[in-house]
Design a protein around this ligand. Structure first.
Ligand code: GRF
Length: 211
């Protein structure tokens, strides 16, 4: 029997992606454990979800720190205290610095509600509706120092329907996000992530082997 992977999840809001991870760790779908949930928003619903699952819930209000790097140092200390191996940004609305990325090199994962490189940054669903794309989706990727620019782990597409607005698209996408994020974390936990040498664009290309 192989060891389970230790996850730390960073959140800022409602935490439905966190809930999907927590639920999956209680089944054979995801051989991993959430060791700690950290939020920059003390009243985030996601922290209640962690507490309800008996997972340590840590509030680190970013305004308590003079800059991003010192905030990230506090996050890294909390992650290390709980023996975290992989970090998941699940609706974490802060840019991260090399303090975090250097502490967990190539082991920070983000979920973004668009098909990157389209619509990076905030309000991706609104950007998709306003642009008029007919397909959008979600992306799970490794985090680098850019905004939603890191190597892509997996993507899933959905159609944008005629009557969609930002809210309907967000709701429909979330269900897809939950499934995709759990599938990617399972691949990581089961050692099915392959890193391929950069191609002509100089980008690291990642591949998830099927079970
Ligand atoms: C998701 O749409 C995620 O892709 C984005 O923020 C949202 C978080 O939702 N980064 P939740 O907190 O997991 O419900």
């Amino acid at each position: 029997m192989t060891a389970r992977t230790s996850l730390g999840v960073l959140v800022s809001g409602s935490g439905t992606n966190l809930q999907a991870i927590l639920d999956a760790t209680r089944t054979s779908a995801l051989p991993a454990d959430v060791r700690v949930v950290i939020s920059n928003v003390a009243e985030a619903r996601a922290l209640d979800r962690a507490r309800a699952a008996s997972v340590p819930a840590v509030a680190l209000p970013h305004r308590d720190y003079p800059d991003r790097r010192s905030f990230d140092r506090a996050v890294v200390a909390a992650l290390r205290d709980h023996g975290v191996e992989w970090v998941v940004l699940a609706g974490f609305m802060r840019l991260v610095t090399s303090e975090l990325l250097g502490a967990f090199p190539g082991r920070v994962v983000n979920i973004h509600p668009a098909l990157l490189p389209a619509f990076p940054g905030v309000n991706a669903q609104r950007q998709a509706v306003e642009y008029g794309v007919k397909l959008t989706g979600c992306t799970v990727h490794l985090v680098d120092e850019g905004t939603d620019t890191g190597p892509i782990l997996a993507q899933r597409a959905i159609a944008v329907e005629d009557g969609d607005d930002e809210d309907s698209l967000r709701a429909r996408l979330l269900t897809v996000e939950h499934a995709l994020l759990v599938e990617v974390l399972a691949a990581i936990a089961e050692g099915r992530l392959e890193r391929r040498p950069p191609g002509p664009l100089g980008r690291e290309r990642l591949h998830l082997r099927p079970r």
